[in-house]
Design a protein around this ligand. Sequence first.
Ligand code: SF4
Ligand code: SF4
Ligand code: SF4
Length: 323
Amino acid sequence: MKPKIAIVSASGCRACETTMLDIHYGVSALNRWAEIQFWPFVLGSSMADLERIDHLDVCFFSGAIATGSDRAMAEMLRKKCDRLVAVGACAAYGGMPGLKNLKKPATAEAADRGDLPEELALPEQENRVRALDGVDGIDRVDAVVPGCPAPVNLVWAAVSALVCGGEADARITYAAARLPEEMVRPILSGLGPPPGAVFAGEKAVCATCSRKKEEKRFKAVKRPYQAYESTGRCLLEQGLICQGIATREGCGGLCTGVGVPCRGCYGKPPATFDPGAKMVSAISSTFETEKPAEIQKIADDFVDMTGCFYRYTLPAQCMLMKG
Ligand code: SF4
Ligand code: SF4
Ligand code: SF4
């Protein structure tokens, strides 16, 4: 019997869900391998349809948990699904919607005062945005595909490993993503990925970035448009805030390869506890000066450190800190 699967989006931009359609020939292969039972975006499935389903084998879940309906859907899917897969930074870490936790929205303040205009009435909001595994009714997430959006090759690698028993043609994607050997071996032998598998590498983006590190130091923080260049030098050493050192590899240095600093969309590598602290330490060791006033001037150039260093991971990192 074919595995029964669900594909859903909670609060996000839906690009991760669209990645499921971007697997091109893979979509028809997916249909050959699996029975798609619940997919609101493509099949128009409703919550009532989900309630009628007894059991699902795998659910690919993208988007963060920001509303009551996101949470209800996630909890119901957890109960019905053998394997729940977080697809993309929003589901895996809270993603960019998680930055909402930094501030109470003006509309929520207006709602508290009771003067929210009716036409602005919003879906019931959770008190804070969470990653999928941060929801009380969700005891585990079985696998993660990181990225914003989760890239096609890794999504297909996860589909192949979790739905097709490792048999569909995804070997090249396992290699391209530098998935750890101890993860690929059981997939290829048909055992499936280990619990909690992250479909990405284990080192930092710097390990796969082709840019040259020269131990040079910078005098001022720059924005990408101020420093586009073709010298092939490390972007951080030029004053661009590249987070490759605190971000999990797997994209092959997609952004840095074209001169754009890494913004951290794959989340932190397993050996890093706090990516923000790691970035502060990496950047401060790259200042050219040791004079306090000049250091202060460089530090003043940073805009929104929290939003920058935890752009994709704030809810998950807060949970980790809370212990
Ligand atoms: S992870 Fe990025 S691409 Fe995916 S749903 Fe969230 S915002 Fe969109
Ligand atoms: S800091 Fe950025 S540009 Fe420099 S080596 Fe690491 S990933 Fe590449
Ligand atoms: S370089 Fe960084 S921001 Fe760009 S895709 Fe890779 S992990 Fe994401």
